[in-house]
Design a protein around this ligand. Structure first.
Ligand code: FAD
Ligand code: UDP
Length: 386
């Protein structure tokens, strides 16, 4: 093994998990992040005035069917059970999401059984759409016009800034539609939130004698002769945006502090009407129901989505056709960069849940360790990014 260190750019889940895997294999690792904290966009911190655990870059709920990943994170910190139950405000009414039997019965003023509701929605849906490519076609095929217009059209326009006809069907496929009264937002077997927050979890992943973590350090100004680099920053930034910028949505969070302990009464309220400028309000104390007795008042965030400019934090990759073409060109450039592997949500320009991020990080690190063991240079791109 040479004396040079492995460098992980980014101290989010991608960088931390890869660093840990290499450290455990005996390699010295340097993890850098330009921010003043670890955990990337999953960063949490306790608000001093209220004792509420705040998810600084938007609320994060861990949900997965991947038992190995679930066991992995539980090996570093205690998880508390949490079931995400989202409410949707439309006009003067409040509904339950995801679309379930309660939502359908409430919207149509009926008392349908599961079988009746299934047949009813099938009647409303567009059976002539065979292979839906766009968000809109996917919605019209599976839930029909009224449900689509009520819950998805306005919200999606606000969230993505384009007509749903221009968006890929995959965005909607993230959400289940149920003909029972189950209002669990996710279908996964395991769901929870770390009792002491995500930053505590990542801190434990990074806590290894072979790992040095250096904050407020940009890759562009790092002076280190690395054995191999795992880069979880934006792929277009790595190449100095030479082929143009990949489009993202960014978020603005308007903080609202209230003394009322009940706050909004739940963790997430979506606002589906196009006329309401925000997409949702989240009340962070409710993401830690086990500690409600220990907090004071409530701390809410109104979320607004807009186009990401150069100085903003990139949140959601948009991945329109034009972005995918540009991404393909960056992927070609990446293939020519020896000694660097592009990882994570920014390095591969994909929306990745935390469990998928960790799964890919574990697999990428293993494949790279195997390659180094054979005396080869690890691949620049591990995951399929297009
Ligand atoms: P990041 O967390 O973005 O980490 C990358 C790090 O690299 C950052 O800290 C950045 O500062 C650093 N960096 C970048 N470039 C450089 C550079 N040049 N030099 C130095 N440092 C650099 N997933 C779920 O499973 N459940 C959820 O409920 C959920 N909610 C979400 C809500 C929102 C609003 C968003 C946008 C995402 C959500 N996610 C959720 C996804 C989750 O945030 C990602 O899975 C996770 O952040 C990916 O980790 P990462 O390490 O790849 O990237
Ligand atoms: N969506 C919607 N109305 C809602 C909730 C979600 O139209 O009340 C759409 C929206 O386009 C969103 C997508 O469904 O991006 C996926 O929902 P999810 O909750 O996964 O949203 P995200 O994690 O993207 O914020």
């Amino acid at each position: 093994m040479s004396g040079q260190r492995i460098v992980c750019v980014g101290a989010g889940f991608s960088g931390a998990v890869i660093a840990r895997k290499f450290a455990e294999a005996g390699y010295a690792v340097l993890v850098i992040d330009e921010r003043s904290h670890i955990a990337g966009n999953c960063h949490t911190e306790v608000d001093a005035a209220t004792n509420i655990m705040v998810h600084k870059y938007g609320p994060h709920i861990f949900h997965t069917d991947d038992k190995e990943v679930w066991d992995y994170v539980n090996g570093f910190t205690e998880f508390k059970p949490f079931v995400n139950r989202v409410k949707a405000v439309v006009g003067d009414s409040v509904y339950l999401l995801p679309i379930n039997l309660h939502t359908i019965n409430q919207l149509f003023g009926r008392q349908m059984s599961p079988a009746e509701a299934k047949a009813f929605v099938a009647e409303q849906s567009r059976q002539d759409i065979d292979d839906p490519q766009s968000f809109e076609d996917q919605a019209l095929k599976f839930v029909g016009e009224k449900i689509y217009k009520t819950f998805f059209h306005g919200y999606t326009r606000k969230q993505w800034g384009v007509e749903p006809q221009a968006l890929p069907a995959s965005i909607l496929k993230r959400l289940p539609v149920r003909f029972t009264y189950d209002d669990n937002y996710f279908n996964h077997m395991y769901q929870g939130i770390p009792a002491r927050g995500y930053t505590h979890l990542v801190q434990h992943i990074l806590d290894h004698p072979k790992i040095e973590t250096r904050l407020e350090t940009r890759f562009e100004s790092l002076d280190e002769d690395a054995r191999h680099v795992f880069y979880s920053g934006p792929i277009d930034r790595f190449f100095g945006y030479s082929l143009g910028r990949l489009a993202y949505r960014t978020l603005d969070f308007e903080e609202i502090r209230v003394e009322d302990d009940a706050g909004i009464g739940t963790a997430v309220l979506n606002y589906c009407d196009a006329e309401v400028p925000w997409t949702r309000i989240t009340d962070h104390k409710y993401f830690a129901p086990w500690s409600l007795d220990e907090t004071k008042g409530s701390l809410q965030f109104k979320e607004y989505s807009r186009a990401c400019e150069a100085q903003d934090i990139p949140y959601y990759p948009i991945r329109l056709v034009s972005d995918k073409a540009r991404l393909g060109e960056y992927a070609e450039l990446a293939k020519g960069v020896s000694g660097t592997t592009f990882v994570g949500r920014l390095g591969t320009y994909r929306y990745l849940d935390m469990d998928v991020t960790i799964r890919e990080a574990l697999d990428t690190a293993q494949a790279a360790l195997d390659a180094l063991g054979r005396g080869e240079v690890p691949k620049p791109l591990f995951a399929r990014i297009l």
